[in-house]
Design a protein around this ligand. Structure first.
Ligand code: KMH
Ligand code: ZN
Length: 310
């Protein structure tokens, strides 16, 4: 039997979907983001996908200063690849969203491959009381939000960040996003090997069924051949199941509290590291090895941690 490729575990530490009300484990101070990121790397995450939050009230922040409060500590304590989000919050422009990546020139950053509905308003019904003033409105009104990632926006990100040689985590929430990505490659915006994050289960994107994973993978094979590496993110309760399936198909996996607050059905995770440890155990029990950060750098063709600006 052919040797199986190693599995890269990405951990997404905190994000824009969930709020501090929803789980005490979700980090929002710089210190908590740093210590959870470090623990996730120690548990086996080769890549850390990082957002920042306002330390005062946990709101999503695209202020580079809020990233500066944890990036050096994470770099010093781990060899993990740092991947900075360009997703921002519901209200940011694309220029605001890329400011942190521009300021810190990480090895990787996210790049969302199409405009779409991106809603988590059904979550609002589950909570009566909220820790911070902004949370209820933010979650409830996410049904009015268009997550804007036009072709012009994508080209702006690619061209603005091109001098930094940052590898993109191309976030594809539906099959059309794969075709958007192919078009962008054809006009020379991205070089192989590209790294695609197949995303399932966001309200506005493709659903979290295994059939859809196979369809996305088959479509990507046709569009990109050997020019791509791939990973799977299942939102909410789909996280561990789809990650397990992806790893068995030869793909890489993304876990983390950004995408799911759970460790098992109906049970909140206590930390990002707990989710990393769980998927690591599953991947290893099923006969695969996980990739170290340097192996991930090799597999994805990254520039190296010494070429970042933090
Ligand atoms: N939490 C993911 C579903 C980004 O950071 O650019 C969306 C995300 C977007 O990761
Ligand atoms: Zn993110």
């Amino acid at each position: 039997m052919a040797k199986r490729p190693k599995t890269i575990i990405t951990c997404a530490i905190t994000g824009a979907i969930h709020t501090p009300t929803m789980s005490d484990a979700l980090p929002y101070t710089a210190q908590d983001i740093a210590s959870q990121a470090i623990a996730a790397a120690e548990a086996g995450a080769a890549i850390l996908h990082l957002h920042a939050r306002r330390p005062t009230d946990g709101g999503v922040s695209i202020n580079p200063q809020d990233f500066a409060a944890f990036l050096p500590q994470v770099k010093q304590a781990t060899g993990a690849v740092v991947n900075i989000s360009t997703g921002g919050s519901l209200k940011n422009t694309i220029e605001e969203r890329i400011a942190p990546a521009l300021a810190f020139s990480p090895e990787m950053c996210s790049l969302n491959m199409g405009s779409m509905n991106f809603s988590f308003h059904p979550l609002a019904k589950r909570y009566d009381t909220w820790k911070f003033d902004w949370e209820k409105d933010y979650v409830e009104n996410s049904d009015t939000y268009i997550f804007r990632n036009t072709f012009r926006d994508i080209a702006n990100v690619a061209n603005t960040l091109a001098p930094h040689a940052i590898k993109f985590e191309h976030e594809c929430y539906d099959v059309g996003h794969l075709y958007n990505l192919r078009f962008c490659m054809d006009i020379g915006l991205f070089k192989a090997p590209i790294f695609i994050q197949f995303i399932f289960g966001i309200l506005g994107g493709i659903g979290p069924e295994v059939d859809n994973l196979i369809f996305m993978k088959r479509t990507a094979d046709r569009l990109f051949g050997d020019d791509y590496r791939w990973s799977v993110l299942g939102a909410g309760g789909a996280q561990m199941g789809l990650a397990t399936t992806a790893s068995q198909m030869g793909g890489n996996v993304r876990v983390g509290l950004e995408d799911s607050l759970q460790i098992a059905r109906g049970q909140l995770a206590t930390s990002n590291a707990q989710q990393v440890a769980k998927i690591r155990r599953i991947v290893e029990d099923l006969g695969c090895d996980i990739a170290t950060p340097d192996e991930a750098r090799d597999m994805l063709g990254l520039k190296g941690a010494d070429k970042t600006a933090f």
